[in-house]
Ligand binder design. Structure first.
Ligand code: AP5
Ligand code: MG
Length: 212
């Protein structure tokens, strides 16, 4: 399965991707996660990306496209992959199509997880993520059993730097202007599917599995 997950910040791309990894045995490629790790490790890539991420803007294509190409070339992607947070604009989408065509592995599905904007702010301000395994929780919607501790692996939970109200607003604007047009892009290619991303996480997952 070669899949792109589309959706606004907070739509639940990462949450659903984690479940798809277990079900399909294919890797999640989250450009956001890769960039956050580079920032935390203080690498040159992280230093370049941090300013854009803190402002809620996109990191330059030249940086992100290189990362994804390298990751897609790894062995575990041969049986498929879940792209989460990439592509984010038409130029990234076109480059991705070209890269995948070159290895005869075209995308099969672009799945848009649709959530109204008024729900997203609360999801993002309430999000807590495990430092160790990346599992997501939410202080409003899906709390961990012990505050600040991951149910899955016992790791510490943290709040993302870009989950502040002002930055979230900017991220939503960037999504509308640059990423939302990809819905039309993939519809024109005949591979777009959509799922309503509001409601119980397990129920949304069941709907996604039946679509896939
Ligand atoms: P990225 O990490 O990709 O962030 P994003 O797109 O803003 O999306 P999020 O990760 O915030 O949301 P999500 O859809 O994964 O939601 P989640 O499952 O966590 O990008 C961050 C930054 O990196 C960008 O701003 C940019 O600077 C840079 N970047 C990344 N990729 C780039 C690219 N390709 N090009 C250029 N720059 C790039 O869920 C959110 C919360 O809601 C959680 O708390 C979760 O528990 C909860 N939740 C999930 N589902 C439900 C539900 N059904 N009901 C209730 N709560 C729910
Ligand atoms: Mg995410």
């Amino acid at each position: 399965m070669r899949l792109v997950l589309l959706g606004a910040p907070g739509a639940g791309k990462g949450t659903q991707a984690k479940k798809l990894i277990d079900k399909y045995g294919i890797p999640q490629i989250s450009t956001g996660d890769i960039l956050r790790k580079a920032v935390a490790d203080g690498t040159p890539l992280g230093k370049e990306a941090k300013g854009c991420m803190d402002k809620g803007e996109l990191v330059p294509d030249s940086v992100v496209i290189g990362l994804v190409k390298e990751r897609l070339g790894q062995d575990d992607c041969k049986k498929g992959f879940i792209l989460d947070g990439f592509p984010r604009n038409t130029s990234q989408a076109e480059t991705l199509d070209g890269t995948l065509a070159g290895v005869n592995m075209p995308l099969e599905v672009a799945l848009s997880v649709d959530v109204d904007f008024d729900v997203l702010l609360k999801r993002l301000t309430g999000r807590r993520t495990c430092k160790q395994c990346g599992q997501m929780f939410n202080i409003y919607f899906s709390t961990s059993s012990k505050e600040g501790v991951c149910d899955k692996c016992g790791g510490a939970l943290y709040q993302r730097d870009d989950d502040k109200e002002e930055t979230i607003k900017k991220r939503l604007d960037v999504y509308r202007a640059q990423t939302e047009p990809l819905i039309g892009y993939y519809a024109a290619k005949g591979i777009l599917k959509r799922v309503e991303g509001v409601g119980d996480i397990e129920e949304i997952f069941r709907k996604i599995c039946s679509i896939l």
